[in-house]
Design a protein around this ligand. Structure first.
Ligand code: NAD
Length: 381
């Protein structure tokens, strides 16, 4: 069968779901590969590079939908894209089903089989398909690079003939996948790095990366954001007050704040308040990776870079992975390729939707004219 990658239509989206390298691997699974003309250009993959890898370049999205059996893309399809889809195809993409119920209805009406990359269960076996993690890793790295680009000093302290340079002080709030990537990048650039999370089990990981875990003076253990399947839960008002008190103490001292704190299915917790921004030194930078969900900083403006009256830059971009499109396409295409590997047990180029496979079932949001989301709890961990 044929796997085809569409050119992304969302404004500014530079990623692509198939690379020449991943196409080579898909061929070994028995698939023929197609790509829409120019789909990889913004991520530096030319049509010629695809052709060299044995991929057929097709002229239009319509032709691709018609010729491919499995369509792969990055962003959730637009309603217009689903309208253009012939019936009965398989689609693998980010979908965000909770936010896109109308889209699910349209997919169902077209009898599509849809696997949502954002719904891949976060169990050990599925790590190689975990596109949320691969994209969060890039976002965490890029947040530090973006901060550096907006910060007027070095990260690393230096003794130079022209004077002594102190190291930058970076605070990372939230140490999930993106936060840990930001911590690793910040320490490797030589900044003094502090990090906070409501989940105390990350302290060891933070410290092993050469950063300092920020402990709160709180009577109970720092477990207040009690876990739900590895994720944080909202904090109690008392815990939150202690956390904000600590951040107020740190605000005049830190140069860069990278916030990544999220709680599943809720707006981002507000953790860096206006008075903290006012207390920061001129030239400081905040990169708010939670901007998509309202921001951890109360002054963040989604998709904007603002500079406050006291000269603090606040970055609320939500497209960090797309800003590193070659890297993110490579990793995303690898995630997709592993998903297709799982879907092709006989390695014969024929996808099989096995409802007993936790990963496939967990990701499947539409199949055989039914909406199959939300999925049942996975049987394995
Ligand atoms: P996320 O994006 O949902 O949240 C980011 C971080 O914000 C989390 O670490 C969370 O604890 C933290 N946070 C929430 N409220 C906070 C607050 N008030 N103050 C400070 N920090 C706050 O998380 P994620 O990156 O998706 O990862 C969530 C968990 O899932 C982690 O334990 C991670 O290791 C785990 N995970 C497991 C797998 C796997 O097993 N395959 C894959 C990815 C992630």
């Amino acid at each position: 069968m044929k796997v085809g990658a569409l050119k992304e239509t969302a404004p500014g989206e530079a990623r692509v779901a198939l690379t020449p390298e991943s196409a080579g691997r898909l061929k070994k699974l028995g698939y023929e590969c197609l790509v829409e003309k120019g789909a990889g250009l913004a991520a530096s993959f030319t049509d010629a590079a695809y052709e060299q890898a044995g991929v057929t370049v097709v002229d239009s999205a319509d032709a691709l939908w018609k010729q491919a059996d499995v369509i792969v893309k990055v962003r959730e399809p637009s309603e217009a894209e689903i309208e253009a889809a012939p019936e009965g195809k398989t689609l693998i993409s980010f979908v965000w089903p909770a936010a896109n119920e109308d889209l699910l209805e349209k997919m169902k009406a077209k009898n599509l089989s849809v696997l949502a990359m954002d719904m891949v269960p976060r169990i050990s076996r599925a790590q190689k398909m975990d596109a949320l993690s691969s994209m969060a890793n890039i976002a965490g790295y890029r947040a530090v690079v973006e901060a550096g680009n907006n910060f007027g000093r070095f990260f690393m302290g230096q003794m130079t003939a022209a004077g002594k340079v102190p190291p930058a002080k970076v605070l990372v709030v939230g140490a999930g996948v993106a936060g840990l990537a930001a911590i690793g990048t910040s320490t490797s650039l030589g900044a003094i790095t502090l990090a906070f999370d409501v989940r105390p089990e990350v302290a060891e990981q933070i410290e092993s990366m050469g950063a300092e875990f920020v402990y709160l003076d709180f009577e109970e253990e720092q477990t207040d954001g009690a876990e739900t399947g590895g994720y944080a839960a909202p904090s109690s008002p008392e815990f939150r007050e202690k956390q904000l008190e600590k951040f107020r103490e740190l605000a005049p001292d830190v140069d860069i704040v990278i916030t990544t704190a999220l709680i599943p299915n809720r707006p981002a917790p507000e953790l860096w308040t206006e008075d903290m921004v006012e207390a920061m030194k001129p030239g400081s930078v905040i990169v708010d990776l939670a901007a998509e969900r309202g921001g951890n900083c109360t002054l963040t403006k989604k998709d904007e870079r603002i500079v406050t009256d006291n000269d603090v830059t606040i970055i609320g971009y939500t497209d960090f992975p797309s800003r590193m499109a070659t890297q993110s396409s490579n990793l995303y295409a690898t995630n997709i390729r592993h998903m297709l590997d799982d879907l092709t047990p006989e390695k014969d180029g024929k996808p099989v939707i096995d409802m007993e496979d936790d990963v496939i079932r967990g990701s499947l949001v539409c199949h055989e004219g039914e909406i199959t989301w939300p999925p049942p709890e996975p049987k394995t961990k």
